[in-house]
Design a binder for this molecule. Structure first.
Ligand code: ZN
Ligand code: ZN
Ligand code: ZN
Length: 113
């Protein structure tokens, strides 16, 4: 297990790098970490959470989308879920590109129905 700090924010995961890539997702654009509602901890992906935590993942509810729960590994800014879902794969703070493939996994983290 590895812990990495991005601007003093702790990110837990397996082989996490400075920009929050992990052993599972490590392309140039895999640079966000997600704070999990169940434990309030940032992980690069749900697989890291599954591997390192001892409890099931809890998803953010719709009325909690104003919480800061996304960390841009490029500039270290925390985004609200709302900001992240509406940013079209570009960090609103630094302009870095996020992996658009993450959208496939939204339902694992957020209650988007
Ligand atoms: Zn958790
Ligand atoms: Zn991972
Ligand atoms: Zn950024």
């Amino acid at each position: 297990m590895t812990e990495m700090k991005v601007k003093s924010i702790e990110v837990k995961g397996i082989d996490v790098d400075q920009q929050t890539r992990c052993v599972h997702y490590h392309t140039e654009r895999d640079i966000i970490a997600i704070k999990f509602k169940c434990c309030g901890t940032y992980y690069p992906c749900y697989k890291c959470h599954d591997a390192l935590s001892d409890h099931p993942t809890e998803r953010w509810r719709r009325d909690e989308f104003n919480q800061k729960a996304i960390l841009c590994g490029s500039c270290g800014s925390e985004l609200t879920i709302e900001e992240y879902l509406s940013c079209r794969s570009t960090c609103p703070k630094c302009g870095a590109s996020f992996n658009p493939g993450c959208a496939l996994h939204y339902s694992l983290y957020f209650d988007t129905e």
